[in-house]
Design a protein around this ligand. Structure first.
Ligand code: COA
Length: 416
């Protein structure tokens, strides 16, 4: 089966998570992704949090599937020469080095554009160019703090909180992938490459859009009626942390189910969607609430929403999270069990859809990873193992016209 990005050659000069997540996605969709890594060590994640001695860590294998690995010391003249050849015949170069690293290596945007005016140069940085923090190196949690996620996540009586979801890393990589695909379409029209830049702060903030909405509402009216602080608590002049409250017009909360005393994940998320109020009352055995003016409208319910949640918890006390959802789904109530990583890893639906996949690996045996979350009617992205360090060095160099002797010489000077 041909894939839409077949024929697109990508120099993957990325490491850790943000850049690799982007290039992995493009590789699933058919791009020829060549990961350029420092000889001897490679991407730092190959060694981070290893669970099997001498085998690439899961951190690496889960972010670098479907790629080739070329080892190249791009600070040595011989390595630079190889990289230049690769640049001349590639469509995209993706990088997420610290600020200025590519320039220091001698590959500024101007130089890259001179070497290949059709090439798209895509970068992830912590902050955007010209930002007063644009000299900072940034990791996931730093970005979550800088992008507004931490100040708005968690409980009001606790500190700012980091999300387990990689809002700074993988999310930024997804933004970059959209930028690259857009620039490729643009190139079809203009024949020219361009620079695509995404900052982690901007990408986090983009997902915190509704919190910027709330800041403006707060400044206008002084309160936020869907937050737990309303109407009994206090609001300051900044958006507070709202615990597990729903972010829009639908109040919701994480509620205890049978077994919560011993199982930290025996919970469901329950949403009280306006039009579902009647079915909710019927499901709970509280038909008297349907017409009661104290419960009838969302506005009337809000002052005692936690009393309503308590009633729902009493109803949930003899039901597991799965049993509860099976009942509530019949009443068209938006809800879900709080699923653990163990439950997700073994979920038959996720296995069947290719969202959780088992990948054979030369050194590890097989490992689980998250496959493409994007599904297509005409293409099923297949996940293949991440490459061993330098696994494709000879193949890539031969493709660039280097002879066996040239490759031997490059090894002698430790450029590959
Ligand atoms: N050959 C020779 N040198 C290489 C090389 C290669 N194949 N690949 C990388 N290098 C060098 C770079 O030239 C650079 O050298 P220099 O600093 O002497 O100029 C160095 O290795 C890499 O530096 P840097 O990217 O700053 O790595 P770091 O480990 O100090 O910092 C980050 C890591 C992630 C903090 C930093 O890369 C960063 O802020 N990136 C942008 C934001 C980002 O993507 N963060 C999220 C990562 S999930």
């Amino acid at each position: 089966m041909t894939k839409p990005l077949e024929g697109i050659k990508i120099i993957d000069f990325t490491h850790v998570q943000a850049g690799p997540a982007c290039t992995q996605l493009l590789a699933w969709f058919g791009a020829d992704v060549i990961k350029v890594e420092r000889p001897g060590s490679g991407d730092v994640t190959r060694n981070q949090l290893r669970d099997i001695p001498d085998a690439d860590a899961l951190y690496f294998t889960m972010l670098n599937s479907n790629k080739k690995s070329l080892t190249l010391d791009t600070k040595k003249p011989e390595g630079k020469e190889v990289l230049e050849k690769l640049i001349r015949e590639s469509d995209v170069l993706v990088e997420n080095f610290g600020p200025g690293a590519l320039d220091r290596m001698g590959f500024s945007w101007e130089r890259l554009n001179e070497l290949n005016p059709k090439m798209i140069v895509a970068s992830v940085k912590g902050f955007s160019d010209g930002h007063h923090y644009d000299d900072l190196k940034v990791y996931e949690n730093v970005a979550q703090c800088a992008g507004g996620a931490a100040s708005t996540t968690g409980f009001w009586d606790g500190p700012p909180t980091i999300s387990a979801a990689a809002l700074g890393d993988s999310n930024t990589g997804m933004h970059l992938a959209i930028g690259i695909l857009t620039a490729l379409l643009g190139r079809d029209k203009t024949g020219k490459g361009q620079k695509v830049a995404v900052s982690m702060q901007d990408s986090v903030l983009n997902l915190c859009r509704v919190k910027l909405r709330d800041q403006q509402r707060l400044e206008r009216v002084g309160y936020l009626e869907e937050y737990p602080q309303y109407p009994h608590g206090e609001f300051s002049d900044v958006v507070p942390r709202g615990g597990n409250a729903g972010g829009g017009g639908q109040p919701g909360w994480v509620l205890k189910c049978k077994g919560w005393e011993t199982d930290p994940n025996a919970y469901i998320y329950f949403t009280i969607q306006g039009h579902a109020w009647e079915p909710i009352c019927n499901a709970l055995g509280k038909p008297e609430w349907i017409a009661d003016p104290a419960y009838k409208t969302a506005e009337a319910r809000q002052p005692h929403i936690f009393e309503i949640f308590k009633t729902i918890e009493a109803w949930l006390a003899d039901k597991t999270k799965f049993e509860a959802v099976d009942i509530l789904r019949k009443f068209d109530i938006p809800c879900a069990p709080v699923l653990t990583m163990k439950e997700l890893a073994n979920d038959p639906s996720l296995r069947a859809s290719g969202t959780i996949v088992e990948v054979p690996h030369k050194k590890r045996g097989s490992y689980l990873t998250v496959g493409s979350p994007i599904k297509f009617s005409d293409m099923k992205p297949e996940v293949t193992a991440s490459p061993l360090l330098g696994e494709h060095t000879d193949e890539v160099l031969a493709g660039l016209g280097y002879s066996q002797q040239d490759i031997f010489n490059l090894r002698e000077v430790k450029a590959v």
